[in-house]
Structures are given as structure tokens and as C-alpha cells.
Design a protein around this ligand. Structure first.
Ligand SMILES: N[C@@H](CCC(=O)N[C@@H](CS)C(=O)NCC(=O)O)C(=O)O
Length: 308
């Protein structure tokens, strides 16, 4: 029985990134279907309030954000690494471009087109998540401009593949391919007509999309959210790793902090630092009904605040 549990839902493009990574590495895993809106009664108590999807669980350790989930998969399963010698930093840096700059255009096109069909409870949930109105009319109005943006970013992929293919940094797919694929997958599944219009003539990109799709999702087995919670309750968090000292923010094990994303879903998770490095922070907390858990976050894109 595998230890990897992914909290996800089918339509989540960020979850698709992890599912594809699990396929690329040929791993077995357990799939917990979470609702696409709150509440998530068996997950929120474990993470301490982090509300985004996906979350990777291994026993009583919870890994938040794909930026860390992919790194953790590499740490535990170094075969088929998600970086390569010529992209050990760049693959991760490109994630920021694909997820923040490009993804904004993808979202505007998909929700601009689906517009009126988006359920009210989903709209309310996403307004609470972002702290901004979910303005379908504004998304619709922005869609043509965003189509230009989307194609400009797709064009970068086409050009890069021409020089480096079959993947963005050569022979092997990296975290950069997965992050760029997020946009391809979401537009292709969410608004297929726009996808075929905006990828016209991009034969390399389309062939690369097929290669990414061919990785599949590994070997998933279903697990209920309640059973995942019980697994956390019965487990002990992984033994503490040695932190990398001289932290830029002066953080060290034993300090009480809160951690939250710097963009949306800014719910602070409180705990005591057990591990800190330039790319990761892990905090120990008491989960109601499940005891001691450790919640792990990436450093990039997350705000850590000492609690005094
Ligand atoms: N930077 C995050 C973004 C995750 C994200 O935005 N996920 C979406 C689903 S694809 C989400 O959580 N939406 C709100 C929700 O499902 O509660 C990551 O890389 O994991």
C-alpha cells in the first residue's frame, strides 16, 4: 500500500500538474476527492486552515502548494527527477511565469467563456478566496486581450521547443514543463475552441502536449477523506530533518510562526518551526482529532510571520 495521498479534484489544473508528475515517475498513490469549494471538513483540520488544492499527505505530514509538492516527490522518489542539470534552478523559476503571468490569462479566457454557467456557490467561494468580486462581465470583456496574452506565452513554448525539444529543457520533462502544461491542460479542457484557435500552427507545442498527456497519472486508488484523516491521526510526523542555518529572515526551529500564501487564500497557518531552508518551511501543530501533524510550505510565494 502506497503512502502518498493526494487531496485533489478532477477539474483542478494544479492537481493535474501533480497527477502528471506522479505519472511521469510511475508512482502508486491514493486519491482523495475533495469538493471544489469549501468546506473540506477532513482536510482543513489537518492543514490548520490552508485552503487550496492540491495537498499531498504522507502519514501525518502535509505538503501544501505544487511548488513544494513536486520537490517533495523528487526528494522521496529521485528517479525521473523533475529538474535536469541545465535546469536545476531555471525549471523552478519558470513555474512563477507559468503560474502567475500565463495562468491569469488562461483563467480569464475559461471563465469569460463559461460566464453565466458558473454556479453561484462557486462564485461566492472564489470571492471569499480572492477577496475580490468574481466579475463575469469583466472576465468576458478581458477575454480578447487575454487571448493575445495567452498566445504570446504559448509562442514562447513553441520557440523554446524548437531549440531545446522534445521538452522545454531538452530530453527530460522538468517542473517547468509541468507548470507550462497547467495552462495547456486547463484551456484545452475548459475552453477547447479557444485552445484550438490559439494553438493554430504550433505543431511543436501540440506534439509536446501529447507527450505530457502520455505520462498519464501513475496508479491511483481511491481513498475517502475520512480515512485519510484517520491515517494522519494514527501516524507520527517524519523525523525532524536538520535545518539549513543562517536563515535570511532569522527563522529557526522552535520559533512560533504563521505561514500563508502571498497571493490568494491568505489564511495563516500557525505552528512551531521544525524545519527551515531557503526553499521550505515546516511547522508542527496540533490537529483537532488527529494530534501532532507537520505542515510543509514552500518559501517562495509564502509569507512567514514570527508570533511574539
Ligand atoms: N500556488 C498554488 C495554487 C493552487 C490553486 O490555486 N489551486 C486552486 C485549484 S486548481 C484552488 O485551490 N482553488 C480554490 C479551492 O479549490 O479551494 C499551488 O501551486 O498549489
Amino acid at each position: 500500500m502506497t503512502d502518498l495521498i493526494l487531496h485533489q479534484y478532477a477539474a483542478s489544473p494544479y492537481a493535474e500538474m501533480v497527477r502528471t508528475a506522479l505519472g511521469l515517475k510511475g508512482l502508486s498513490w491514493r486519491k482523495v476527492d475533495q469538493p471544489n469549494i469549501m468546506p473540506r471538513p477532513f482536510l482543513t483540520p489537518l492543514t490548520g486552515g490552508y485552503r487550496r488544492i492540491p495537498v499531498l499527505q504522507v502519514g501525518a505530514d502535509l505538503y501544501c502548494d505544487t511548488g513544494l509538492i513536486l520537490r517533495e516527490l523528487d526528494r522521496r522518489f529521485p528517479d525521473s527527477p523533475l529538474t535536469s542539470a541545465n535546469a536545476s534552478g531555471a525549471a523552478w523559476a519558470l513555474r512563477t511565469w507559468a503560474e502567475r503571468a500565463w495562468f491569469g490569462a488562461t483563467v480569464a479566457i475559461v471563465f469569460g467563456a463559461r460566464g453565466e454557467n458558473v454556479p453561484q456557490d462557486f462564485i461566492k467561494d472564489r470571492e471569499a478566496l480572492s477577496g475580490r468580486p468574481f466579475d463575469v462581465a469583466a472576465l468576458k470583456a478581458a477575454a480578447p486581450v487575454m487571448a493575445g496574452q495567452w498566445r504570446a506565452n504559448a509562442d514562447l513554448v513553441e520557440t523554446q521547443l524548437a531549440g531545446a525539444g522534445p521538452f522545454l529543457f531538452g530530453k527530460q520533462a522538468t517542473a517547468a514543463d509541468l507548470a507550462a502544461y497547467l495552462n495547456i491542460w486547463f484551456l484545452a479542457s475548459g475552453e477547447p475552441r479557444a485552445f484550438s484557435r490559439l494553438t493554430t500552427g504550433y505543431s511543436r507545442l501540440l506534439a509536446w502536449q501529447e507527450r505530457m498527456k502520455a505520462f498519464g497519472h501513475g496508479k491511483p486508488e481511491r481513498l475517502s477523506a475520512e480515512d485519510a484523516f484517520q491515517i494522519a491521526a494514527a501516524a507520527t510526523p517524519e523525523a525532524q530533518r536538520t535545518s539549513i542555518g543562517d536563515d535570511a529572515q532569522g527563522l529557526a526551529p522552535g520559533m512560533a510562526v504563521t505561514v500563508m500564501p502571498d497571493d490568494y487564500g491568505r489564511n495563516p497557518v500557525a505552528g512551531e518551526i521544525v524545519f527551515v531552508s531557503p526553499q521550505e518551511i515546516a511547522v508542527r501543530r496540533q490537529a483537532d482529532g488527529a494530534g501532532d501533524v507537520v505542515v510543509h510550505f514552500p518559501r517562495a510565494g509564502f509569507v512567514v510571520t514570527p508570533v511574539t
